[in-house]
Design a protein around this ligand. Structure first.
Ligand code: URP
Ligand code: ZN
Length: 467
């Protein structure tokens, strides 16, 4: 029996290196053919022809940094795997990469399996995981082998949050890096210099100056630059590629450039909030909703990040989606303890399209690279994800480049119940999301099935294959 087919007719195909008018035929879960004017007469009545004239057909967006259903700081995020992935799907995302925590009493393998069990039957999108490592010894070293068997090829380390128990002790960094190099596992790094942050916390804390507006002073851009440089240089010494999570500042970009000029292999993501929002948000009433780590920075920082993205020094945009309700955020007004994080997966594509392509900073193929292909390659999911190659998963976002939208909470699907991008006027919005051949969102509304998403085993990062 012939598998279900869907013909996307009259669209404009956009990949990371080209853009051209063509039809696209899906069979079952896979892309079968991309060609001009595919004959539709063989499709039976039960099969679908979808008119996408004038619309862009892009690989589904990959958000490689989410925290759905995160248990942290004695609470849990508003978005569980179902709600978070539904919200992302409505914004054109088809794959996300979340985190498995380094849990006391559990091996890394057990932690991953527990996390997969939480996502199973819940997520509507395909996903894989980064494994967090908060300490390193012989046992953890051996457990890293098991991670590879499970299909986890990236880990997360923190150079800060010693007090919260996330920071991996400095004395262990080099050993971890050697082991990661041996196994070809990619380190992703939350880079802030803990000593500087702890000093500032003590200084501001002693003066009782911990309101939200103090957050950027307590966690200054310099702390990011220090950590990026230290970690980058260590990577260079060990011969290990290093990936910096949520780069937020101009001095962070400059540190990245210095490491690169010195021969280090260093890569980075930034986020829509560091590209679009500035620290004056923490002067507003209910400023808690704009608290995340690292903090929002200045206009100059924003511009440096856009430039880094344009030049390819920053490889991609991710969201660090970590949603708490306003009630959760407003329960505290001490910036050292306000729950950090904001929602963002659903709004990433239209924001980066409007302010990146729309403002002439880069073209559509670069948009695809920044929001899909680079993440697929770096996190070992390519070409099944991040491409439109025949034979690979039919993960597609159909994008209307002229649709006008004003972002507001009511149109979005996160359980956070607010968006930090409220009131922003945009041109261009996703109108259909297809995951492995199934339409899961249409015109901003979810129409898929909870639990349809599946865990993806990743392969070695493309960053290990760079000459
Ligand atoms: O503020 C951020 N980045 N939140 C994500 C989770 C965390 O605790 O860092
Ligand atoms: Zn994060």
């Amino acid at each position: 029996m012939q598998q279900k087919r869907k013909l996307l007719k009259g669209g404009i195909i956009v990949t990371d290196n080209q853009m051209y008018k063509s039809d696209l035929l899906i069979e079952g879960e896979k892309i079968l053919q991309i060609a001009e004017d595919i004959d539709s007469t063989e499709l039976t009545a039960a099969q679908q022809i979808i008119d996408v004239s004038g619309k862009l057909i892009m690989p589904g967006v990959i958000d490689p940094h989410t925290h759905f259903q995160l248990r942290s700081r004695n609470t849990i995020t508003a978005d569980d795997f179902a709600r978070g992935s539904i919200s992302a799907a409505c914004g054109g995302v088809t794959t996300f990469i979340d985190y498995s925590d380094h849990l006391p009493g559990l091996s890394l393998k057990e932690a991953v399996n527990r996390r997969i069990a939480e996502a199973r039957d819940q997520t509507v999108l395909d996903y894989t995981l980064h494994q967090t490592i908060t300490h390193f010894d012989n046992q953890v070293s051996q457990q890293l082998d098991e991670l590879l068997e499970l299909g986890i090829n990236s880990i997360k380390i923190f150079t800060t949050y010693r007090r919260e128990g996330y920071m991996i002790p400095r004395t262990e960094w080099e050993q971890v890096f050697h082991r990661l190099r041996e196994l070809q596992i990619l380190p992703t790094v939350h880079a802030e210099d803990d000593e500087l942050v702890v000093r500032r916390e003590a200084e501001y804390g002693a003066k009782d100056q911990c309101s939200p507006e103090m957050h950027p002073k307590i966690r200054p851009a310099e702390s990011e630059a220090l950590a990026v440089e230290e970690i980058g240089n260590l990577g260079k010494k060990v011969g290990l590629p290093v990936y910096i999570a949520h780069l937020s500042s101009q001095v962070g970009c400059q540190a990245l450039q210095r490491v690169k000029r010195a021969g280090g292999q260093i890569y980075a993501e930034t986020t829509p909030h560091y590209l679009l929002l500035t620290e004056d948000k923490v002067l507003e009433p209910e400023a808690q909703q704009f608290i995340m780590t690292p903090p929002l920075r200045t206009t100059q920082d924003r511009q440096a990040l856009w430039e880094g993205l344009r030049l390819g020094e920053i490889q991609l945009v991710a969201t660090d989606h970590c949603s708490f309700t306003l009630e959760q955020k407003l329960a505290d007004d001490n910036c050292l303890t306000i729950l950090p994080g904001i929602p963002g997966s659903e709004t990433m594509l239209p924001l980066i399209h409007h302010f990146g392509v729309g403002q002439g900073l880069f073209d559509y193929p670069q948009l695809v690279k920044i929001l899909s292909t680079s993440a697929a390659k770096i996190f070992g999911l390519y070409p099944e994800k991040g491409s439109l190659l025949p034979g690979t998963d039919a993960d597609i976002v159909v994008f209307d480049p002229v649709k006008s939208v004003v972002l507001c909470t009511e149109m979005l699907h996160s359980a956070a119940g607010y968006t930090p991008f409220d009131g922003i006027e945009l041109t261009g919005y996703p109108i259909m999301t297809i995951l492995r051949g199934e339409i899961i969102a249409r015109e901003g509304e979810f129409c898929g099935q909870t639990g349809y998403g599946k865990f993806l085993k990743s392969s070695v990062s493309s960053l290990y294959c760079v000459e």
